[in-house]
Design a protein around this ligand. Structure first.
Ligand SMILES: Cc1cc2nc3c(=O)[nH]c(=O)nc-3n(C[C@H](O)[C@H](O)[C@H](O)COP(=O)(O)OP(=O)(O)OC[C@H]3O[C@@H](n4cnc5c(N)ncnc54)[C@H](O)[C@@H]3O)c2cc1C
Length: 386
């Protein structure tokens, strides 16, 4: 069956593909979104759903703040399940507390509201926090949380309410040709399509289209382990909770005057560092708590070395560290999973103009759920002419 000619063909129904579709259909462009899975199962549904512009450097913080505006608009217009409970960074010692004070000063300069909280303030908001963990905290009241699975589904439903949008799941795009008349292609099930331009938002799938473009030592695949736990009595952990190791890890803190000296003193050979662990919490609507995460890296050529299995000792370590931060009575692991994303070693994302019609956009790292609406809007205004 031959599809109509679209202004844009988007390959990949993750958050980057969905965000491009959002901007384009609102510009009045016709869009065909092709996704190989049904429903999608990649990073965009396996993440925390923490929308944390506060964690990024200036450019991506701007994209994240713009995305937050769009998420809130979509909450009001389309019922996207967005909660605005803020983000908190809890310091476990004096060094991390110092970074929070410096970050708070930088936020004033950048016009991004944050507030230093005392240990007593923290315990008021989080009665189950262990008092000995909380040294100080930095709170961003405007930041939001989403449930990734529900959000992606609601976003897709919203896009489908536009007549100029078509979605076809279960369609792995395997062949593309481009010439001065546009782009033509075929999926593995034989569906043919044509359009003026194509945006390939392939996430971490490198083998289906232009594999040669990803044969690149600057690109890594990252494997993360995540847990979902239940408790026997109700625990209140509102918002996105980031803790001491996150303060030592997140890009935004690199701009703090004390950062380099503090990092220089860390023991990089210990288990936590070797497994890239920092402890984050996000409570789901049903009361269960998502806890993560670890990070293991491989060049794209060696990605199979990351394996498919979960390291149970690593899950036990993350849970035991989480229990040093919050009291979680009767804690029980109800789910655990691995997520994968790609990232560039020295750049914030991968962008390639294959020719004047075809653009590849991927490897946004751990920033995608937060930044994609703002990021794709920026690309459409700068690199991709619409
Ligand atoms: C465990 C985990 C936790 C995270 N937590 C957060 C968080 O709290 N906040 C945050 O901001 N970010 C977070 N991230 C990062 C975020 O999830 C990613 O940056 C983002 O989802 C990447 O989106 P994407 O659209 O590039 O890729 P993906 O989500 O991987 O989507 C790509 C899609 O393209 C499809 N596809 C690929 N090739 C083809 C083809 N040829 N034909 C058809 N379809 C194709 C795939 O099936 C897939 O659905 C986390 C990531 C992980 C793994």
């Amino acid at each position: 069956m031959q599809a109509a000619n679209y202004d844009y063909i988007i390959v990949g129904g993750g958050i980057i593909g969905l965000s491009f579709a959002y901007h384009l259909i609102r510009e009045g462009r016709s869009v065909l979104l092709l996704e190989k899975d049904s429903p999608p199962v990649s990073a965009s549904v396996r993440n925390f759903g923490q929308i944390v512009p506060s964690g990024f450097g200036p450019t991506f913080q701007k994209f994240g703040r713009r995305s937050t505006e769009i998420y809130l608009q979509l909450r009001d217009d389309a019922g996207l399940p967005v909660r605005q409970q803020g983000s908190i960074y809890i310091a476990s010692d004096e060094e991390e507390g110092q970074l929070l004070i410096e970050m708070n000063h930088l936020n004033v300069k950048n016009g991004y509201y944050s507030d230093i909280l005392t240990p007593e303030d923290c315990l008021d908001i989080y009665p189950d926090l262990h008092p000995e963990y909380a040294h100080a905290a930095l709170f961003y009241p405007s930041e939001i949380q989403v449930d990734p699975v529900a959000t992606n589904a609601a976003l897709l439903k919203y896009l489908q309410s536009y007549q100029n949008f078509q979605y076809r799941p279960d369609q792995a795009v395997v062949k593309v040709r481009s010439n001065r008349f546009g782009v033509h292609g075929k999926t593995s099930s034989g569906f043919r399509f044509s359009g003026d331009k194509m945006l390939i938002c392939n996430g971490s799938d490198y083998q289906l289209l232009y594999p040669g473009e990803f044969d690149n030592d600057d690109l890594s695949l990252v494997k993360l382990q995540m847990l979902e736990v239940s408790t026997s009595t109700q625990v209140m952990i509102p918002g996105s909770v980031l803790t001491g190791w996150s303060i030592r890890r997140y890009e935004c803190f690199e701009n703090c005057p004390s950062y380099t000296a503090i990092k220089a003193q860390e023991d990089k050979s210990n288990y936590q560092h070797q497994n890239g662990v920092h402890i984050l919490f996000k409570q789901k609507e049903n009361g269960n708590i998502i806890i993560g995460d670890s990070h293991h890296y491989a060049n794209i050529a060696d990605r199979s070395t990351l394996g498919y299995e979960l390291d149970e000792a690593l899950n036990d370590f993350m849970l035991s560290e989480a229990l040093k931060i919050f009291n979680l009575p009767g804690v029980k692991v109800v789910k655990s999973w691995a997520g994968f994303y790609s990232q560039m070693k020295d750049k914030p994302y991968f962008y390639k103009e294959v020719d004047e019609n075809i653009h590849i956009i991927t490897a946004i790292g751990g920033k995608g759920m937060t930044a994609s609406f703002g990021f794709t809007e920026h690309l459409l205004e700068t690199k991709i002419n619409i």
